[in-house]
Write a protein that binds this ligand. Structure first.
Ligand code: ATP
Length: 269
């Protein structure tokens, strides 16, 4: 283990049970889970597992959640970084941070290394608007060379997420890099109901609350927005000093979420 633990694995356990809907994506990641649980089993057979998985989809659709749950299912550490963090770094720091990140992951393998918003560093090279894109390119080049440099015996799976797959440098998508692509989209009515159920697990609901009806009235809501909806409804009930969340709390909450109302001032335990 690395003595200077610069990269702390996330302690919080999330599993596929926390991820509603998205059955196809979970199915595609099941193989990765099996590999991370016992890499030797795959290595003995010479079976190739992708090193890099790209999760593609609109904001709030559960990409981060899914990556975290993959680690939780396999019971391995989850290390994450946001692509935009590299951009704020001083020249030369981005590439060395990538090196450290991969070194740390290898030392703690099997594990998942998650790069959120990879498009922040992974845009087509040479397409920058000037001002610091050399730094970005160096960082991207380092990511590419790290991915080429490790092999299956290292049992590190790199998962990246983006809502702009169209702007990514094709080099990132080549075989041996992020060559497994999983689309994550907004859910249909059944999926929205399942997501609402997950987020209502600990919320006492009044008898007039019908999650199927709420799902039907929230077309286009992402998982993050549905989570927000449940929270807003619970806040409404708490504000009124009630111990159950009612249908009208959900109705008001939906309007609030639709209006993008500020909610921070209300919640503070
Ligand atoms: P971004 O692109 O903005 O980073 P994302 O796709 O990574 O978004 P998450 O951060 O994973 O989305 O989702 C935000 C929150 O929404 C999650 O922590 C989770 O609570 C909730 N959520 C999203 N999708 C689901 C789902 N399928 N089941 C349960 N909860 C979900």
């Amino acid at each position: 283990r690395s003595p200077a633990k610069k990269f702390k694995a996330s302690e919080q356990m999330t599993t596929f049970a926390d991820v509603a809907a998205m059955e196809q994506a979970k199915g595609e990641l099941a193989e990765i889970v099996e590999f991370l649980k016992s890499p030797q089993k795959f290595q003995k057979l010479g079976a190739q597992i992708p090193k890099g998985v790209l999760l593609m989809g609109p904001p709030g659709t559960g990409k981060t959640l899914l990556a975290r749950a993959t680690a939780g299912e396999a019971g391995v550490p989850f290390y994450s970084i946001n692509g935009s963090e590299f951009i704020q770094m001083f020249v030369g720091v981005g590439a060395s941070r990538v090196r450290d990140l991969f070194r740390n992951a290898k030392e703690n393998s099997p594990c998942i290394l998650f790069i959120d918003e990879i498009d922040a560093v992974g845009r087509v090279r040479g397409a920058g608007l000037g001002g610091g894109h050399d730094e970005r390119e160096q960082t991207l080049n380092q990511i590419l060379s790290e991915m080429d440099g490790f092999n299956q015996t290292e049992a590190v799976i790199v998962i990246a997420a983006t809502n702009r797959p169209d702007v990514l440098d094709p080099a990132l998508l080549r075989p041996g890099r992020f060559d497994r692509h999983i689309s994550v989209d907004r859910s249909n009515k059944t999926g929205r109901e399942a997501i609402l159920k997950v987020h209502c697990r600990k919320v006492p609901l009044a008898d007039d609350v019908d999650l199927a009806a709420i799902a039907a009235s929230t077309i286009g809501f992402s998982g993050a927005e549905l989570k927000n909806l449940v929270n807003e409804a619970a806040l409404g009930a708490a504000r009124d000093g009630r111990d159950k969340v009612t249908k009208s709390d959900f109705d008001l909450a939906r309007d609030r979420v639709l209006m993008g109302a500020k909610r921070e001032e209300v919640l503070s335990p």
